[in-house]
Design a protein around this ligand. Structure first.
Ligand SMILES: Nc1ncnc2c1ncn2[C@@H]1O[C@H](COP(=O)(O)OP(=O)(O)OP(=O)(O)O)[C@@H](O)[C@H]1O
Ligand SMILES: [Mg+2]
Length: 493
């Protein structure tokens, strides 16, 4: 070993040991592999959850940007052989080897002359492989090169494991913090939501698509998270996309991704959310609002688990759990021709209907107590009970904004009120059922308009028992517009 090589080797192991985040470690590994061994290209392939494919976590060298797009089968590739047999390989004429997977060469338009490949073991588990390709100067890789790469892989595995431990500790801390602020605790297990929790537990581990339905603020977002957390995919990501917030074009490239030059302004490749969620769960919120054209594309993702990014003709395969939510009446949308019937059936394999708060008053007290505890804690107060008169009012109110509205009402009372008990006066006039006089003195036109709109819409909603479809009809506006107004104007307060 030359002194130069030894120096490089030491520098490499120091860099790997010093890197804290996974992506820095991966980068340090391959740069070292390339420099120490004198390879033209290097890459790390990690096992996919299905254990039948591997994907590039990182690659360097010519055409590495193309290489990382490839998906390599375990059966029929050198990396796959190395992973399965837990043995390193030194192949002087790689392309002649029957185990060589030519797919990557095809995509990158490069030729693999010779290659080294060693398994990456973490905790006795093979998580992937490190490869070094094409020795500089046209020579073959030596057995010393192979030993280097093996040593680097051991170091790397150690660093990756530590990064993983750090990440897990961080997640545990976050989980603990969440539990302490009781923000994500679901109330209603013993009351009106009991059946829903049973369904959640039953479907959590299947890959089944779940459609959550219910008025605004009934907890669709929370149930989606609960399904994800109870599922075996909890160690993978949950990607949430609100389909109502973006224009059709933006939503399309957000979901499917695009390649550079796919349209004006597409200056770089962009990974879509379906791809980011691969192996995990994607939550498509407000799915009733997507355009017919995107409905067609979405149907294919649901049925075939495949799609093409915009501007690309390369088909992406994904493994996705889809959870969708809507507060729209999809049956009506089908009749009106704005929602595809086949997509509706594909989505509604399991449907969870979240009841409005006015239909599950048995949960009301538990929810009130839950929010009192939470906001008392957050504001350092001790308002932990409700006066009987206030409870009567809360129980009699229609709650068009459902749990979100109740949550906001309690927050307001805790923040503005004094004492240990929530009293009637701490509730808004609107909730108390007193006709609200809207004072417009000293307000700008915009403020007065906003206040009037808020009061007017809240009253109309309450008159319709919170039903947004019929309210919108009477107000002569689109239901999606009403829904936007409710959120914009913070109607539940
Ligand atoms: N069962 C529950 N227990 C405690 N809090 C809840 C429960 N359900 C909902 N919440 C709270 O109510 C609020 C509204 O819930 P969420 O956002 O999940 O409703 P949503 O149905 O998704 O509403 P939207 O249709 O407006 O998006 C959230 O702040 C959530 O924390
Ligand atoms: Mg929601």
């Amino acid at each position: 070993m030359s002194t130069k090589q030894l120096e490089r080797f030491l520098a490499a192991t120091t860099a790997i040991a010093g890197a804290k985040e996974e992506k820095h470690i991966l980068r340090a590994i391959i740069t070292s592999a390339q420099e120490v061994i004198g390879a033209r290209a290097a890459s790390i392939l990690l096992m996919e959850p299905d254990r039948e494919h591997m994907r590039f976590a990182i690659a360097t060298g010519p055409a590495s940007d193309k290489a990382i797009l490839a998906r390599v089968p375990v059966e029929g590739s050198v990396a796959g052989w190395v992973v399965k047999n837990r043995k390193a390989l030194n192949l002087p004429t790689a392309s002649a080897d029957p185990r060589h997977f030519s797919g990557v060469d095809r995509i990158t338009d490069q030729r693999t002359e010779n290659l080294l490949c060693v398994p990456l073991l973490v905790d006795e588990q093979v998580i992937g492989a490190v490869q070094a390709l094409n020795k500089e100067g046209g020579e073959d890789f030596s057995s010393e090169d192979l030993r280097f790469l093996e040593t680097i892989a051991v170091q790397a595995a150690h660093a990756l494991q530590q990064a993983d431990n750090r990440r897990r500790r961080k997640e545990e801390l976050e989980e603990l913090r969440r539990q302490m602020t009781n923000k994500n605790i679901l109330i209603g297990r013993n009351g009106g939501l009991q059946e829903i929790f049973e369904v959640v537990e039953k479907v959590a581990n299947a890959k089944t698509t779940v459609l959550l339905r219910g008025e605004t603020g009934t907890g669709k977002g929370m149930i989606a998270r609960a399904i994800y957390e109870a599922s075996s995919r909890y160690n993978r990501c949950l990607v949430t996309v609100n389909c109502a917030n973006l224009s059709e074009e933006l939503l399309e490239s957000e979901l499917f991704g695009h390649v550079k030059g796919a349209f004006t302004g597409a200056t770089a490749n962009k990974e879509g959310r379906f791809k980011s969620a691969d192996g995990g769960t994607i939550f498509l919120d407000e799915i009733g609002d997507i355009s017919p054209r995107l409905q067609t594309k979405l149907l294919r993702v649901l049925q075939e688990q495949e799609f093409e990014p915009l501007g690309s003709n390369r088909t992406e395969q994904v493994n996705l759990r889809v959870i969708a939510a809507t507060n729209r009446n999809l049956e009506q949308a089908i009749q009106e021709g704005s929602f595809r019937e086949d997509l509706y059936y594909r989505l509604s394999v399991v449907v969870v209907e979240l009841p409005p708060l006015r239909e599950r008053r048995e949960d009301l007290l538990a929810l009130v107590e839950h929010f009192l505890t939470r906001f008392s804690r957050e504001t350092n107060k001790r308002m932990l009970s409700v006066s009987p008169a206030a409870l009567e009012i809360l129980s009699g109110y229609e709650w068009p904004g459902n749990i979100r509205e109740l949550e906001n009402a309690i927050e307001r009372a805790v923040v503005l009120g004094e004492g240990e008990m929530l009293e009637v006066e701490m509730l808004t006039r609107h909730i108390r059922g007193e006709e609200v006089e809207i004072s417009v003195v000293g307000q700008t036109l915009a403020e007065a308009q906003r206040n009037f709109k808020r009061w007017f819409i809240a009253r109309e909603l309450a008159n319709h028992g919170g039903n947004q479809t019929s309210t919108a009809k009477d107000l002569g506006i689109q239901r999606s517009y009403l829904n936007r107004l409710i959120k914009q104007l913070d109607i539940s307060r």
